[in-house]
Design a protein around this ligand. Structure first.
Ligand code: 5U1
Length: 672
């Protein structure tokens, strides 16, 4: 035998054994014998490199890492699936199909497991794997050919002689439960980050730029459909098509079956659900498809999902474990969330040792104690949650208490009766709430610090340059210039905006503090009523409830906010940094604008719209957004439109900007 013939023979023997092992799950030689064949081929190719071809089984792992992933446009779009979560949704799916074809007596369906992996398209031409792509947005995916070639379960050549000119195979690349555990154990040994679940592990492995790394990952594949195919007659039904793919060497689920109706589907669902925990891979449901391709074609699809297929999802898996402790996390808005620390347990393929308990009311309602055996649930990518108590700890069940102090900043925790969420009251001081508090403070309707966006605030906090809003006013040009992507001009502008914001109004300042439930309108009413910050800070709840719109809950939030010494310190720091506002004149109890309703429309040239609004409100007027019979005056700036027309139609008095300025002037000077 010539060297070339020997090499060809070894290659086809190796491919045959790969097929028997991976696709038929029926190897005919030992692993050691297979390795021996592989080594023989490697040695021959090493001695005769002129015979090495890229489609040799020895050449699955490319030599060079990629610079990035290219894009591949799918020749036939990759569809997604509608979900059904109940039997009645499956019945409705079946009914819709039958309603479309009343004359067809029986419509077969296929059932198969739904793997939780990465959807891919394998493109073969004349039996040779040309490229592989992810689903992407269904139209265009990423070129993952180099990585897919490393998966021995995926043939580089199709088997047989009568092969299609072009074949797009649709399927799922995944990692088995065992493969996932081994991967994570190795990651722990190497002190590397572990994967959250097998799907992430599969996706992460396919996104490696170095195929050598992908080659070490235990990736597997199942084919579940066909995109484009030409050059041979396509079978007329899905089931037969899958058999054909299998004959060509592609791995198809051994659990693909044909059923006659929705009852057959539901029986399959029950059976797979019972087997789910024992399957070697994760599944999150089963897929039903109309078997006949002509009927599929007739049904077509809506949006990106076919009408002829549906995924029947399993309910979220629930598992029992022990509640070891409860800790409280503080969110960006100060909300305290109880988090369960659990004895680690696998839930739907993921090790879970923390789960949310939502809030104190939920804990009370479910009567959960530390030490209890609890049920934990995880659905899709959502955070695992404690569903309820499975077995109460007989002797040592410990009650769960809301902390009185914030676990992050030690400010007082505020829990208003009737409200589910407890909150840290150190809004201006608490590190957990820092970024949120600063962004609110800087926002347009608050202190209006132009140029202080979320990325910059996050950077300033991360660099330790600011920890409270008061620190903003101590930023220097040299500090800002150190920041990434901060040009000197932008730094100058930001310092100017900060300086400008030092001069504000009491209403704006109050709003900018971010007191819970104190929006712009309430802030304005508080300013108008109390006239000074010092008066407001010492007001008790009955005094606060005198203000229109302030009920007992808002009053309690305000009292709690100013009772927190950390907040008071930040306010003092702000004042010390030069933040000030004009003292409000004595309350207007009389004047011809009290209770009058104004509507502002068109562009005002001298006053900003907000400024005009504030001045009118300070004189006891109301400013509405739309014109009605109740409107007293419409102020029409340049290019006023429909509001002006409506005012004229209703006979409402209209004034221009000059008249408004005059009116404001005359009322400020105390004229009636
Ligand atoms: N088993 C299986 N999974 N899966 C996913 N079949 C299947 N079919 C799919 C998808 C998205 O889509 C076709 C029905 C278009």
């Amino acid at each position: 035998m010539t060297i070339a013939a020997h090499i060809t023979q070894l290659r086809s023997e190796i491919e045959e054994h790969l097929y028997r092992y991976h696709v038929l799950d029926a190897p005919t030689i030992s692993d050691a014998a297979y390795d021996q064949l592989f080594r023989e081929l490697e040695q021959l190719e090493a001695a005769h490199p002129e015979y090495v071809t890229p489609d040799s089984p020895t050449q699955r792992v490319g030599a060079k890492p990629l610079a990035g992933f290219g894009e591949i446009r799918h020749r036939v779009a990759m569809l997604s699936l509608e979900n059904a979560f109940s039997e009645s949704e499956v019945q409705a799916f079946w009914q819709r199909i039958n309603d479309r074809f009343p004359h067809i007596k029986s419509i077969d369906l296929t059932c198969e497991p739904k793997l939780d992996g990465v959807a891919v398209n394998l493109h073969y031409e004349k039996g040779k794997l040309i490229y592989a792509a992810t689903r992407g947005d269904g139209e265009t995916g990423e070129d993952i050919t180099s990585n897919v070639r490393t998966i021995r379960m995926i043939p580089l050549h199709l088997r047989g002689t009568h092969l299609p000119e072009v074949l797009d195979v649709r399927g799922e690349i995944y990692i088995s439960k065992k493969g996932f555990a081994a991967l994570n154990e190795a990651a722990v040994r190497r002190d590397e980050k572990i994967f959250a679940n097998p799907r992430n592990a599969a996706a992460g492995s396919l996104r490696q730029l170095d195929p050598k790394i992908t080659a070490k990952r235990p990736l597997e594949f199942f084919a579940h459909g066909v995109g484009e195919m030409s050059g041979v007659d396509l079978p007329t039904a899905h089931f037969d098509c899958m058999r054909m793919l299998q004959a060509w060497g592609l791995r198809v689920s051994p659990d693909l079956i044909k059923v006659a109706d929705s009852e057959g589907c539901l029986n399959y669902y029950q059976a797979m659900q019972a087997r789910r925990a024992h399957l070697p891979y994760e599944i999150d449901g089963v897929v039903y498809k109309v078997n006949d391709y002509k009927i599929q074609q007739n049904l077509g699809f809506v949006a990106r999902a076919p009408r002829w297929a549906i995924a029947h999802k399993f309910p979220a898996e629930e598992v029992m474990t022990t509640l070891l402790a409860v800790e409280f996390q503080v969110g960006r808005t100060g909300a305290l969330t109880p988090v369960a620390r659990l004895a680690p347990v696998a839930v739907a393929g993921v090790m879970v040792s923390n789960a949310t308990l939502h809030n104190m009311d939920e804990i009370k309602r479910k009567d959960i104690h530390i030490g209890d055996k609890v049920m934990v649930r995880r659905a899709g990518d959502v955070i695992p949650e404690v569903v309820g108590v499975a077995v109460r700890h007989a002797h040592h069940a410990l009650e769960i208490h809301l902390p009185t102090m914030c676990p992050v900043c030690h400010s007082h925790v505020e829990h208003i009766a009737g409200e589910a969420v407890a909150r840290c009251s150190g809004g201006l001081f608490c590190p957990a709430q820092r970024v949120q508090a600063i962004l609110h403070f800087a926002s347009r309707r608050a202190m209006d610090i132009v140029g202080l966006g979320d990325k910059l605030v996050e950077q300033l906090v991360a660099e330790g340059m600011i920890s409270t809003i008061a620190d903003l006013y101590h930023l220097t040009l040299s500090q800002l210039a150190q920041l990434e992507r901060m040009a000197e001009k932008s730094a100058d502008n930001l310092l100017a905006a900060l300086d400008k914001s030092r001069t504000t109004t009491l209403a704006r300042f109050l709003f900018s503090l971010g007191i819970r439930e104190v929006g712009e309108a309430t802030a304005r009413q508080l300013a108008e009523h109390f006239r000074s910050l010092d008066a407001l800070m010492i007001a008790d709840t009955p005094a606060l409830e005198q203000v229109a719109d302030v009920g007992p809950i808002v009053a309690r939030h305000i009292v709690a906010f100013f009772a927190e010494k950390h907040n008071v310190k930040v306010i003092n720091d702000l004042r010390a940094a030069g933040v000030h506002w004009p003292a409000l004149p004595a309350r207007v109890s009389s004047g011809k604008l009290i209770g009058k309703t104004f509507v502002l429309t068109g562009t005002l040239n001298t006053l900003a719209r907000d400024e005009a609004k504030e001045k009118l409100q300070a004189l006891g007027a109301k400013v509405a957004g739309s014109v009605s019979a109740k409107t007293d005056f419409v102020v029409a700036g340049s290019d006023a439109g429909s509001k002006l027309a409506k005012a004229e139609a209703l006979g409402v008095k209209v004034m221009d900007e000059a008249a408004l300025l005059e009116l404001l002037q005359s009322n400020c000077s105390g004229a009636p």
